[in-house]
Design a protein. Structure first.
Length: 231
């Protein structure tokens, strides 16, 4: 059965959309992986977008929160706004309360990629503040580390202007590598333990302490099977 990877992004001027395309290419280069690109809903009016010089949205399907549960691994992409993720992506995460209640995303590997407009515009604060969205869902954050340049948390780029400065080839290659790393992790059977969190007994009104030991044992078994370059 193929591993299903979703690339979910928001892009106002097209920078992050271009990165999402490369992320998908990297995911598809891994054997046994199916990848699909989605965009999150826009929350600004056409009037406001027109005043900001935003181009028309591309022909990419708009995802609903419930559809996230279908994926085995997810890569989220978004631009930075004042050192944090854009409000459009945050609004989408805010709409995932039903998934949180059922722990439908628990255990799923997830990564992120993003774009800022200036040097020091949030290359580190953006992923650090975005990680909270993943942890509340019990998702497993998969950082890039230093496997490609100096991109510790996730692949980023600096782009100014209204979509005129597209990312260079080296940056695109890094995003493909990020997708490959997450997909390889998702293909290990022991890592796909999020299936165990969807039974009717979890979550429970009372604390089930066995969940903690179960999660620890699954994490350890996953690490044992991972090749050294991904540990």
């Amino acid at each position: 059965m193929a591993v299903k990877i979703y690339v979910v992004y928001y892009s106002m001027y097209g920078h992050v959309g271009k990165l999402a395309e490369e992320i998908k290419k990297g995911a598809l280069s891994v054997e046994g992986v199916e990848a699909k690109i989605w965009q999150v809903p826009e929350i600004l009016s056409e009037e406001v977008l027109g005043k900001m010089g935003a181009p028309p949205k591309p022909d990419v399907p708009v995802i609903t929160p419930q559809e996230l549960a279908e994926a085995d691994g997810i890569l989220f992409g978004f631009p930075t706004r004042f050192g944090m993720m854009a409000a459009q992506m945050k609004a989408f995460f805010d709409a995932t309360g039903g998934l949180w209640r059922e722990q439908s995303l628990a255990g799923k590997p997830a990564g992120m990629f993003f774009s800022t407009g200036t040097q020091g515009g949030g290359q580190e604060t953006t992923p650090l503040t975005a990680i909270t969205q993943l942890t509340h869902h019990g998702m497993v954050f998969v950082p890039v580390g230093y496997t490609f340049g100096a991109k510790l948390f996730g692949m980023d780029q600096v782009q100014g202007g209204a979509g005129a400065r597209l990312p260079p080839g080296e940056i695109l290659r890094g995003h493909r590598q990020e997708a490959q790393g997450l997909c390889l992790i998702c293909t290990y059977p022991s890592v796909r333990y999020h299936k165990t969190f969807t039974d009717s007994s979890y979550p429970s009104p009372s604390i089930d302490w066995s969940v903690f030991s179960r999660g620890a044992s699954m994490l350890c078994s996953s690490l044992v099977l991972l090749p050294y370059e991904f540990r």
